[in-house]
Design a protein around this ligand. Structure first.
Ligand SMILES: [Zn+2]
Length: 421
């Protein structure tokens, strides 16, 4: 039997889903859910979460980066107790679903509420955090709240403006002034941490396609971005024979196809998201094509080697045909492994609930990444219907939320003996 069975967890999951629905009504735009950084909706959302955290027995703090932090204190007199962070984000993309990020915060609040109702205090402090601005919709900076709390935020990231030319600082000033709660400077939590957990919907089809309710994340896969420029010769579409053209688009499409074949054969993600053709006229042979590559997988070395080899071979072929190529690596992030020790605690309770634990990688980045260099991290994915996310059709099943809440409650209880981590 699942050890958390004695808690009223089906009531918990109902509460979680009702609250997801309530928060989905708090939006920047009428008719659809869009909740971006430092807006009125951001303040209103934090106010409601503040109430729920307090009902769950937590002390609540609002910081100047827009985060909301609920602390469930220890039973002991230790003034500097070990800290477990559990959080996810409360902001959304444009025309968003109701569960991305939000579900993780509300499951954590419910798990603490379970402990509180059972008058259970632990020798460690639990911080439940609703991070601000994971999505980076309003300003071109993302994961701002979690980076600030982890102490890894570079202030240069904040010298940005939104599309109405409101600077980050002005938006922050308005947010602070509007708040009905005291706003404190962001507190960096990088000392005395025992772990950082995140519950999140999968946002992909792996769990739902196999009818698996939850999955333990092994790693957040690495990603590389490149820009490729192919330089040929523009010309008249009606006069230059196709066989003798230096048509940049023809060769770009060959390379794109070769890269896609490579990714399918070697099981990595590949996306050509932007293609720019010059001069870009119907009756003109393309003289220049620039396109982007986004490639992701767990095996960073293998993926990079294969892409470089493919592009290098293609470059030789191009020069034989009198075309040139430029290849630029614009972004790289290595795969970040989740903590085996923390994952083994998730594994244990999933087994106790009579389910064989399922492991999967995360294709997307998450707030927990901000803490990677500081403390062991771990993630539990909850299945989302048909794997769809970032759209209003995003959906989770109550029984899966129920299970996630039980597992998290048990993991927190396990932290009685925090030195096991
Ligand atoms: Zn998310």
């Amino acid at each position: 039997m699942c050890p958390a069975e004695n808690f009223e967890s089906s009531n918990s999951s109902r509460t979680v889903l009702e609250r997801c629905l309530q928060l989905s009504k708090i939006t920047d735009e009428e008719q659809r859910l869009t909740r971006t950084y430092f807006t009125q909706a951001h303040s209103d959302c934090n106010n409601l979460v503040d109430e729920w955290m307090k009902q769950a027995g937590m002390q609540v703090q609002h910081d100047d980066m827009g985060n909301i932090i609920g602390s469930y204190s220890t039973h002991g007199k230790n003034e500097n107790p070990p800290v477990l962070i559990i959080g996810s984000h409360l902001d959304t993309v444009v025309d968003a679903g109701k569960f991305d990020g939000i579900l993780g915060v509300l499951v954590a609040i419910e798990s603490i509420s379970n402990l509180h109702q059972n008058k259970m205090r632990l020798p460690i402090s639990i911080k439940v955090i609703g991070y601000a601005n994971e999505e980076g919709v309003r300003f071109p900076c993302a994961r701002t709240g979690s980076k600030a709390i982890a102490g890894v935020l570079n202030n240069r990231e904040l010298t940005v403006s939104d599309k109405n030319n409101v600077t980050f600082q002005d938006a922050q000033y308005q947010f602070i002034n509007r708040s009905s709660h005291p706003i404190v400077p962001v507190e960096v939590l990088n000392q005395n941490l025992v772990g950082c957990l995140e519950i999140h919907i999968e946002q992909g089809p792996v769990l739902s396609s196999s009818d698996i309710p939850v999955g333990i994340v092994t790693s957040i896969q690495g990603a590389d971005r490149y820009t490729v420029k192919i330089l040929g010769t523009a010309g008249h579409a009606g006069t230059v024979p196709v066989s003798s053209r230096k048509d940049a688009m023809r060769y770009a499409s060959k390379l794109i196809d070769a890269l896609y074949e490579l990714s399918i054969k070697n099981d990595f993600m590949l996306t050509i998201g932007v293609v720019d053709i010059k001069p870009g006229a119907t009756g003109t042979i393309p003289g220049e094509v620039v396109f982007t590559i986004d490639a992701r997988s767990e095996d960073d070395i293998k993926r990079r080697k294969q892409i470089n080899q493919c592009v290098s071979n293609f470059s030789e072929c191009l020069s034989k045909h009198g075309l040139k190529m430029q290849f630029l690596n614009t972004y790289s992030s290595d795969t970040k492994k989740c903590s085996k020790e923390l994952n083994s605690v998730l594994d244990e309770f999933i087994r106790e609930c009579g389910i064989t634990p399922f492991y999967l990688k995360s294709g997307a980045g998450h707030d927990v990444l901000s803490f990677y260099d500081i403390v062991p991290i771990s993630m539990l994915f909850v299945s989302c219907k048909d794997g769809v996310s970032h759209i209003p059709e995003e959906y989770v099943f109550i029984q899966d939320v129920d299970l996630a809440t039980k597992i998290l409650t048990e993991v927190i209880i396990k932290m009685r003996s925090a030195n096991e981590f």
